[in-house]
Design a protein around this ligand. Sequence first.
Ligand code: MRU
Length: 347
Amino acid sequence: MSQLPQTIRWNSGELYFLDQTLLPHKVVEEKQETVEQVWDSIRQLKVRGAPAIGVAGAYGLLLAIQDKTGLHKNRFNELIKAKAEYLDSARPTAVNLKWALDRMLECAKSFSGDDSKELFKYLEDEAIRIHNEDEKLCLDIGKYGVSLIKKDMGVMTHCNAGALATTGIGTATAPMYLAHRKKISFRVYSSETRPLLQGARLTSWELQQSGLDVTLLTDNMAAHIMSQGLIDLVITGTDRVAANGDVANKIGTHGLAIMARHFEIPFYVACPYSTIDFKTKQGNDILIEQRETEEVTNFGLQRTAPENMKAQNPAFDVTPNDLVTGLITDKGIIGPPYKENLQNKYL
Ligand code: MRU
């Protein structure tokens, strides 16, 4: 799997993101010069996917403070807090961004020295740990999830919960990459994911690059393809799992889960522990990002709707836990009742 794209690179104080808005036509890394640029890159989806924006946030915070180590430790700590809050405001739904920034703040709190330069180094080590851990969490998800993929199955996924959404082998795609590595032959169906086409531009690209058998569908083909008996399993990612097991993920996931229930197809959601939010009791409490309506009234740069057309653009939806067959996590596959089983595994 050496050909998998590297989404984020921190190189001795320099931060680079693979610009995912240009994929699949151009594979270009963009250097991030300022924390404002990092905020924009997260907001514009140059770097995207829940685990990846967590790692991006941690490094973004380093970028914001690295030339301010001349400040007294108290002033330096105030700056760290303010910049973490700023970065967290870039996107609201994926909890991983807040999780990673909170972890950086906890790390800063635990520093007992007085030297801001040393505190910076301490935080840099933590950001690198968050990054390395993400890669390992993806592998662990894959090791548990691979048991679900059997020879000749059709596996459907939505949006991109792949290598491009993480710094490893993805979450929903991790079982797929490991099954492929074990030479199990199976088909993947990737839904294109209107309005920003993460399925068409990103998932189908990265799976194809790695030699998997992937077929692209428009979102409205899902029920028909399921009715043809082509799908045996659905695996998606998630941006936030509430304490009761409700899952927020890319808009359209809820509909797929309803269809999967209708056709009696198992519906799994893959996630690392950093996506589970015990502070959010249920899915209704999750803030859904509302994006610019031009993403809906236009197709790429081309306007497709009449001028002055009203449109909605919620970026995510919430799938109630009763439609979820299981959560494929870094600690194993967790089934219902989610509230109890998640607590038993993680708290
Ligand atoms: O808006 P995006 O592209 O950041 O949305 C991404 C998703 O919805 C993914 O499925 C989710 O972040 C899980 S990533 C492993």
